[in-house]
Design a binder for this molecule. Structure first.
Ligand code: MN
Length: 261
């Protein structure tokens, strides 16, 4: 009986901190929520996400929190669906709703990369061949110059062995992915998809779209024969130019995506 009581006490005490919910950083900037809703819909409109995939933004009031929708198709996200998470991927208040299994992609990247303010994870189809073959994804035109000339590939077998379901379903896998991403803007996930990071929602949407476009064009170019890729210097220079221009496509994408049905 005493052993049982001690065990029960231990379980209760041991679990108490785990069960404690993170506190809210307060109401986020309504503009950030609106842009997160827009980003979800834009990515769906552009074919970067479909029924799967997600986008998040770091909380404007607390760098240890981020915003992301509940688990749902990105095209249908509304402001009411946006939830707040801490950097362990725990929802402040999920309101009894399901959360994305792969939220650890976001939480661990925010933890490892203070410069990152927005993250997109997708299964956009054209990048998949570059995660499973020896051909590296490389910028073939100025729009994708932000990728640099060394896009890393996350191999989940290095962490989980040969039997995983390929999903980044816990903190350990999220941290391993963040390590492979290192200081880059894009990482491919072998047999799964990719992750793209940026300093704003308009920029991360731009990057997720043009990474997909580059993959499509690179596959086409390879069929024609030898390909001339951007040099590292060209990539750096063009990326700098484009960073000042991300609002131009964003405004038209957002307007179309937010049109009342
Ligand atoms: Mn996924």
């Amino acid at each position: 009986m005493r052993v049982f009581t001690l065990l029960a006490m231990g379980l209760w005490l041991g679990n108490a901190p785990l069960m404690a919910q993170p506190t809210s950083a307060g109401a986020p900037d309504p503009q950030a929520v609106e842009d997160l809703v827009a980003a979800s819909r834009v990515l769906a409109d552009l074919g970067v996400v479909d029924g799967f995939g997600h986008v998040s933004v770091r909380h404007d009031k607390d760098p240890n929190r981020f915003l992301m929708s509940r688990s749902m198709a990105p095209a249908l996200v509304k402001a009411d669906d946006v939830l707040e998470f801490d950097l362990d991927g725990v929802a402040v208040d999920a309101k009894g709703q399901a959360v994305f299994l792969e939220r650890f992609i976001h939480s661990e990247i925010y933890k490892a990369r203070p410069d990152v303010k927005a993250v997109v994870h997708s299964h956009s189809p054209s990048v998949i061949p570059f995660g499973v073959s020896k051909t590296r994804l490389q910028p073939i035109y100025h729009m994708s110059s932000f990728m640099g000339v060394d896009v890393p590939v996350f191999e989940i077998r290095d962490v989980e062995g040969p039997g995983s379901d390929l999903l980044v379903r816990n903190r350990k896998l999220g941290a391993a992915l963040a390590k492979v991403l290192e200081d880059k803007t894009v990482a491919l996930m072998r047999g799964h998809g990719s992750v793209t990071v940026g300093t704003s929602l308009p920029q991360v949407v731009f990057r997720a779209y043009y990474a997909e476009m580059n993959a499509r064009l690179q596959s086409e170019a390879i069929k024609l024969g030898e390909v001339t890729y951007l040099t590292p210097e060209e990539a750096a220079a063009a990326a700098k130019t484009n960073d000042a221009l991300v609002m131009r496509p964003w405004e038209v994408w957002k307007r179309k995506a937010m049109k009342p049905e």
